[in-house]
Design a protein around this ligand. Structure first.
Ligand code: SF4
Length: 750
């Protein structure tokens, strides 16, 4: 499977056997997504299969966890009492490194600040057989692409951009920590049988248009929830004009349209990448099984979108949402009309989305032209290499030097500003400003915790060109820059190698192998720690209806997992449930007063912060609910957004609709995610009402639940709420938490 796991093998024979069983049963051509998903069924002969309807029980090949989510996942795994993980698994230290003054210094500072957490993850990894990628090794998804993803793999990761691995033909899915723990404990993992959206690519990428523009365009078409419940499967003759890392960029950002994952069929570009990353043997094996790694001809998609790459134009999306698509040629005028600042304060390239050798090469090709004309970036400019291997190789091949010379600051191989780990000094909080990034997400406050920062996402080469010009009004396809000598010149479209001519330079050794026998390893969690806290299971369902719940907050508008459990400075508490719960819903807007982190305490009538109010209700033994709008919980996979409300006494979240991963995370922790049968009923509930959910004794798949709304004037009305619980998920609710449920399953099997 990987250089790092000499005793783990790819099992294409099993994949083939399962596909053949399912093919016989369904008797129709299969999409590629179906082949790989159904090829990993726990029971391919009996599993009910209906796209968009049934729940599949699956056996993923491996698990990946990033450090911010791995803490909770490993704490849950420890509680399982199992001696070792059941499938190959890895931990990646990438989220906790703050960008301040540049790569080495920032890395050293992070090692000092996060020593306790890194030590916990390293020792827990050693004890339970999990590979540990040390801080400085790079961003989880780049490392997965370089070392672990392969055509036909099914991998789950505790990060929403896990689909990046689809660039190498794998089904790679972002999940919450509790799902990862199930797989590491050897329990089949449940997924609603995905629909399949086909994106047919024709034509050829050229000029300033890049793979990023494909997904920016798709995001504009499907919007942030258009991919919900579906796998996006790219196909068609245009696929071959995209590099393997470019395909990974497209799959990565499929998370922004709510897709379960995205995938490309196995082709020569993947073969080339596998060869360059030392895995020619895997490519040879994939060649033998190629018929299972591409879609059947005549297969049917639930929806088809067609994009002609030859006609595609460079795009830039934002601000505040990744699906607000604009051609680069229009953005200056749109920004002026909308009142968005056109001066660009900072351009940021890198992140798991766009930090490949090709991305760095294309950016350097733009920067080199500016330097030749005596120009540097007008905006500040930062670079985050995706991995130690990329960092070392771009240093060797001169790209890093060019990017520095044009004014760039090379940051550590980590997430950095992409996840709010940015000690930004050039503006004051509250100052309106614009930044452009090659990242994937641009929700309010994500990068620098400033709600007035207008963040736009685009390709790294466009970020570089715009940073040189310093304004959104610059279109590199048509506009001229003024050279140091006063002459006008135009930037040529960048041209760069997709892979290095020499072998990759691996850089420093940043991997810790788990020992053969880790049973003697001690794992340290201090009871007085402010960063780590052992988990206690939540209480089981008491068999009664949920009566007279207060409403903690009725949320107005967008509520992502960043609004529910903010990142940035809060990342340091990701291993301590009680401490991190102090950020519960602090970013959500209260419909009652239009403010963030200010809600009425229904027991005292005083307004106060959301977490304090929730803690007060918990202390008084009162259960509470949250009311949300559309696509509640979109964005990151973080299960803290489910653990926190449960920890502080929340029982029900009622919305117009949920994002997939968050809905599952809520279910796993014993909460009830429910949706209005009639979305207009959102207007019937007021923050001062009390709610009762009745009929829980008869809780059954597909059967709506009744909600009685009691208004303060004594009147009451009843509305119906839908849910997506299947039978086993109802058992999660009854168990009260993922920990209880896992123990029940272990007892059953022993
Ligand atoms: S999206 Fe940003 S924060 Fe998330 S893994 Fe990628 S680089 Fe890290």
């Amino acid at each position: 499977m990987s250089h790092f796991e000499p005793n783990e093998y790819i099992n294409y024979e099993k994949l083939e056997k399962n596909i053949n069983i399912v093919r016989k049963r369904l008797d129709r051509p299969l999409t590629l997504s179906e082949k790989i998903v159904y090829g990993h069924l726990d029971d391919p002969a009996k599993q009910e299969i209906e796209r968009g309807k049934t729940y599949l029980r699956l056996r993923p090949d491996r698990v990946a966890m990033q450090d911010a989510t791995a803490q909770m996942a490993m704490l849950q795994f420890i509680s399982s009492g199992l001696p070792k993980v059941a499938v190959p698994s890895t931990i990646h230290c990438d989220h906790l490194i703050e960008a301040q003054s540049g790569g080495e210094k920032d890395l050293q500072r992070a090692k000092d600040i996060n020593q306790e957490v890194y030590n916990f993850l390293s020792t827990a990894g050693a004890k339970y057989g999990v590979g540990f990628w040390k801080p400085g090794s790079g961003i989880i998804h780049q490392i997965i692409l370089e070392n672990y993803s392969y055509p036909g793999v099914m991998l789950i990761g505790t990060d929403s951009h896990t689909p990046n691995g689809g660039g190498l033909g794998g089904i790679c899915i972002g999940v919450g920590g509790a799902d990862a723990v199930d797989v590491m404990a050897g329990i089949p993992w449940e997924l609603k049988c995905p629909k399949v959206i086909g994106v047919k690519l024709t034509g050829k990428l050229s000029g300033w248009t890049s793979p990023k523009d494909v997904i920016l365009k798709v995001a504009g078409i499907l919007t942030v929830k258009g991919g919900t419940g579906a796998i996006i499967e790219y196909h068609g003759p245009g696929v071959d004009s995209i590099s393997c890392t470019g395909m990974a960029t497209i799959c990565n950002m499929g998370a922004e349209i709510g897709a379960t994952t995205s995938i490309f069929p196995y082709n020569d570009r993947m073969k080339k990448y596998l060869g360059k990353t030392g895995r020619a043997d895997i490519a040879a094996l994939a060649d033998e099984f190629k018929q299972h790694l591409v879609p059947d001809s005549g297969c049917q998609y639930d929806q088809v979108i067609e994009i002609n790459l030859s006609e595609l134009k460079p795009h830039i999306n934002g601000p505040f949402t990744p699906d607000l698509a604009h051609p680069v040629s229009d953005i200056g005028a749109v920004a002026e009309k909308e009142g968005w600042p056109v001066d660009i304060r900072v351009g940021l390239i890198g992140s798991c989305t766009n930090s490949s050798y090709e991305d760095m090469g294309r950016s350097a090709a733009v920067a080199k032209q500016a330097l030749a004309h005596g120009l540097k970036c007008k905006s500040k400019f930062t670079i985050t290499p995706g991995s130690e291997q990329i960092r070392a190789t771009i240093e060797r091949d001169g790209y890093a030097k060019i990017l520095r010379e044009v004014g760039g600051l090379v940051l550590a191989n980590a997430c950095g500003p992409c996840i709010g780990q940015w000690d930004r000094k050039d503006i004051k909080k509250g100052e309106k400003n614009t930044i452009v990034t090659s990242y994937n997400r641009n929700f309010t406050g994500r990068n620098d915790a400033n709600p007035e920062t207008h963040a736009f996402v685009t390709s790294p080469e466009i970020v570089t060109a715009l940073s040189i010009a310093g304004t959104l009004k610059f279109n590199p396809e048509t506009d001229y820059l003024t050279a140091a000598d006063g002459k006008k010149f135009k930037l040529e479209a960048p041209d760069a190698d997709e892979l290095p001519k020499l072998e990759f330079d691996p850089g420093q050794d940043t991997y810790q192998y788990p020992p053969k026998d880790g049973s003697g390893q001690h794992v340290d969690v201090s009871p007085t720690s402010q960063r780590l806290q052992l988990l206690e299971p939540f209480d089981k369902w008491d068999g009664k209806d949920l009566e007279d719940m207060l409403i903690l907050i009725k949320v107005k508008g967008k509520c992502t997992t960043d609004h529910i459990s903010a990142a940035g400075p809060w990342l340091k508490f990701r291993g301590h449930l009680d401490n991190i719960s102090n950020n519960l819903l602090i970013g959500a807007i209260n419909i009652e007063n239009g403010k963030a982190n200010s809600v009425r305490n229904a027991l005292t009538q005083e307004f106060g912060p959301v977490p304090d109010t929730a803690r007060y209700y918990k202390k008084m033994g009162v259960k509470w609910a949250v009311i949300g709008d559309e696509n509640y919980g979109e964005g990151s996979s973080r299960e803290h957004a489910a653990l926190e409300p449960r920890h502080l006494g929340g029982r029900v979240i009622i919305t117009k609709s949920f994002a997939r991963i968050h809905e599952t995370n809520l279910k796993k922790q014993g909460l009830l995610p429910l949706t209005f049968a009639d979305p207009a009923d959102y207007n019937k509930i007021h923050p001062v009402d009390k709610l009762s959910i009745v009929g829980l004794k008869d809780f059954a798949p597909g059967k709506p639940l009744k909600c009685i709304i009691k208004h303060p004037n004594g009147s009451q009305e009843t509305i119906m709420l839908n849910h997506t619980f299947n039978e086993s998920q109802i058992e999660w609710f009854q168990a009260g938490s993922a920990l209880n449920r896992m123990k029940e399953l272990q007892q059953k099997s022993s």
